[in-house]
Design a protein around this ligand. Structure first.
Ligand SMILES: [Zn+2]
Ligand SMILES: [Zn+2]
Ligand SMILES: [Zn+2]
Ligand SMILES: [Zn+2]
Ligand SMILES: [Zn+2]
Length: 341
């Protein structure tokens, strides 16, 4: 226990050093330097132009452009620094950072300090949003980078990925980075002022609150699958897979074959050429005569209705012709018919 307290105190000293040790960017000095660079390259450009040194003029123009670009960046930075200075700022001390670490140990069950890697890790308790269990998350603060834009990572301990995206572990966490949303200002300020306790509590709070407007994946789509035809979200257990190509569909977008009852996507279902029922390609048979496709009930001994009627008509015609011929022959025999001379 005593050893842990000692270690926590040493970590507090390290964190404070990281906060103070990184030289605060001397914005104004950097600006002066940029002004001088710009003046220098402008003088060279004028000189080169006056002497008609084309190559030197081009080179100086390029470099002046670059120097002006840096001047623009440094100006923005200087303005940011000025606005930050006007806000009241809390100065951290060894004791305040140490107390924060102890506070974290009281608030969270798992707090780990790794001085060798300059990292403090806090594990949240299990988080669920709108009845979706996301499990606990580990927040790693790399204090070496505490003054930089995003010195921390958020990792799901046992990720419950949404079915649609395996790089998202939480509606607001993609990969290992948190979309801070409205918490962004508070997080930055807590870090700037060395308020480690506040920092972890704010991140924990962001993880426990759901904002559909900034979610990578909507929480209601977490356990669903999107129908490949209409895009609607379908519960995993209500998804229909096309029996031929396995495309995932909602019930409305799949069609059942009137012969075998299996469900298919619109590409894989056909229809009978006679009764126009929906029939799958496995259940369709072609007519022996015309070759068109029909369902089983519309074929009689392998032949479609149309072909059967045509065959019937043909045989009737044939028998009519036979009757007429026979009648004619009889007439000649009876001497009733006039025989052409
Ligand atoms: Zn659908
Ligand atoms: Zn079928
Ligand atoms: Zn299909
Ligand atoms: Zn049919
Ligand atoms: Zn036919």
């Amino acid at each position: 226990m005593k050893k842990e307290l000692k270690n926590d105190y040493r970590a507090a000293v390290d964190i404070l050093q990281a906060l103070q040790g990184v030289p605060t960017p001397k914005a104004m000095t950097a600006l002066d330097e940029s002004f001088n660079q710009c003046r220098r390259w402008r003088r060279r450009l004028e000189l080169a132009n006056a002497r008609n040194w084309k190559a030197a003029a081009n080179d100086s123009a390029d470099r002046l452009g670059g120097a002006l670009d840096i001047l623009r960046m440094r100006s923005t930075h200087a303005i940011d620094n000025l606005t930050r200075q006007t806000k009241p700022h809390l100065e951290p001390t060894e004791t305040s950072v140490y107390r924060d670490i102890e506070g974290l140990r009281g608030e969270f069950e798992h707090v780990t300090i790794d001085r060798a890697n300059q990292r403090i890790t806090v594990r949240t308790s299990s988080i669920s949003l709108e009845y979706v269990e996301l499990g606990s998350f580990e927040i790693f603060l790399n204090w070496k980078f505490i003054k930089e834009t995003s010195p921390y990572d958020v990792l799901a301990v046992e990720p419950n990925y949404p079915s649609s995206n395996h790089s998202v572990t939480h509606p607001h966490v993609q990969g290992e980075s948190l979309c801070e949303g409205e918490g962004s200002d508070a997080i930055r300020r807590a870090l700037d002022e060395g308020r480690i306790y506040d920092f972890f509590c704010i991140v924990d709070h962001v993880l426990r609150n759901y904002n559909p407007d900034s979610a990578y994946v909507q929480i209601e789509d977490w356990n669903g699958v999107s129908c490949k035809a209409c895009g609607d979200n379908v519960d995993q257990d209500k998804v229909v897979g096309c029996c031929k190509c396995e495309t995932e569909l909602c019930l409305d977008c799949s069609t059942s074959c009137d012969s075998c009852g299996d469900r298919f996507c619109s590409e894989c279902i056909s229809s009978c050429g006679c009764c126009v029922d929906d029939v799958c390609q496995m259940c369709l048979k072609s007519c022996n005569d015309c070759g068109d496709s029909f369902c089983n009930t519309c074929l009689f001994e392998g032949t479609c209705d149309d072909c059967i009627s045509k065959q019937n008509e043909a045989s009737e015609e044939e028998s009519r012709n036979t009757v007429q011929t026979v009648a004619a022959v009889h007439a000649i025999c009876d001497g009733k018919a006039t025989v052409p001379a």
